[in-house]
Design a protein around this ligand. Structure first.
Ligand code: KDG
Length: 313
């Protein structure tokens, strides 16, 4: 059976510092499975939507760990290629320094299996039979071949009228320049149905940081639903005829990495289930909030009933 949600992007191993502060003093790390699109696929599955990931891992122990985790989460791995010529990508997370409530990522992924994603990894039929295709601005930043793979996948989804979900997720260290990021990402945004973004990325893409201008800018590019994440200020979702907003939930932040993906995955799942914009946004915020309370991107992703438990408190 073909999955309802298909995601494309590098699955990664995350080493999360067990203690807060600069990594030069950290000696113990915890190993997690991560990768923005992988986390969205896991989120959908936990919430009852079948999902699959298109990625590459190395023929190594970390690749085996990723596959075992994804199988355990019942994410379809039929489109995961094991690349014998490159290692599985890894990164380290520094927590609470230099900004106490934030984390920093240090990538060791250049030349990784995931960065070698190429158009040959894309089966248009697999994508064409999904309800939603999800990708982020990370995948086309990985390499020329990964960019071509992203364009091929987006075109396949567009041709077959599959809902295209795109999280701008601009990681400056992966791009040669902001201009290049904007140039590569704009053709994807023009085909996007559900767009996730924030003021920092909107500055690069539109030259705008103010909410009204961001919404106007992306809606005028043809995006169906624009979702703007504003951290402690909550989130707003808008279509050309409707608008909803939801507040953030203040909690102790252990590690914010991955929250945006649980948020996106939950918003998509809620929309697929026919929920209104406002409820989809509120559920997405609950999911993102739970993820920041623990280390690791995927462990605390809630099921539907976990979210329900938070709705009435
Ligand atoms: O969104 C969280 C991701 O950034 C993290 O899991 C690593 O996919 C990742 C990336 O490429 O930054």
């Amino acid at each position: 059976m073909k999955p309802e949600l298909v995601a494309l992007g590098e699955s990664l191993i995350q080493f999360n510092a067990l203690s807060r502060g600069p990594l030069r003093h950290v000696t113990l790390y915890e190993r997690h499975i991560a990768g923005a699109e992988t986390t969205v696929a896991v989120t959908a599955r936990r919430q009852g939507i079948s999902s699959g990931i298109i990625t590459r891992v190395g023929d190594d122990e970390f690749g085996k760990a990723i596959l075992a985790w994804l199988r355990g989460e019942e994410v379809d791995v039929s489109q995961v290629r094991i690349d014998p010529d490159a290692p599985t990508g890894i990164y380290f997370v520094q927590r609470g320094f230099p900004i106490p409530s934030k984390s920093r990522m240090f990538y060791y992924r250049s030349g990784s299996a995931g960065s070698r994603l190429s158009p040959s990894d894309i089966d248009p039929e697999y994508i064409g039979s999904a309800k939603v295709f999800h990708v982020t601005g990370i995948t086309p930043a990985l390499s020329e071949s990964a960019r071509e793979a992203t364009y091929k996948a987006v075109d396949a989804a567009y041709r077959d009228e599959v809902t295209i979900s795109f999280d701008t997720n601009i990681r400056p260290v992966l791009w040669r320049s902001e201009e290049r990021a904007a140039r590569v990402l704009k053709p994807i945004i023009e085909k996007t149905d559900i767009l996730f973004t924030d003021p920092a990325d909107s500055r690069i893409l539109l030259g705008e940081t103010e909410l009204e201008a961001i919404l106007r800018g992306f809606l005028s590019m043809g995006v169906g639903t624009v979702v703007v994440k504003m951290g402690e200020k909550g989130a707003v979702a808008a279509t050309s005829s409707e608008r909803a907003s939801a507040d953030s939930i203040p909690v102790y932040v252990e590690d914010p990495i991955g929250a945006g993906d649980a948020f996106a995955g939950t918003f998509i799942t809620s929309q697929l289930k026919g929920r209104k914009l406002k409820e989809s946004l509120e559920r997405a915020i609950i999911a993102g909030t739970l993820v920041v309370t623990v280390r690791g991107d995927e462990e605390a992703i809630p099921s539907e009933s976990d979210i329900d438990a938070n709705i009435h408190i």
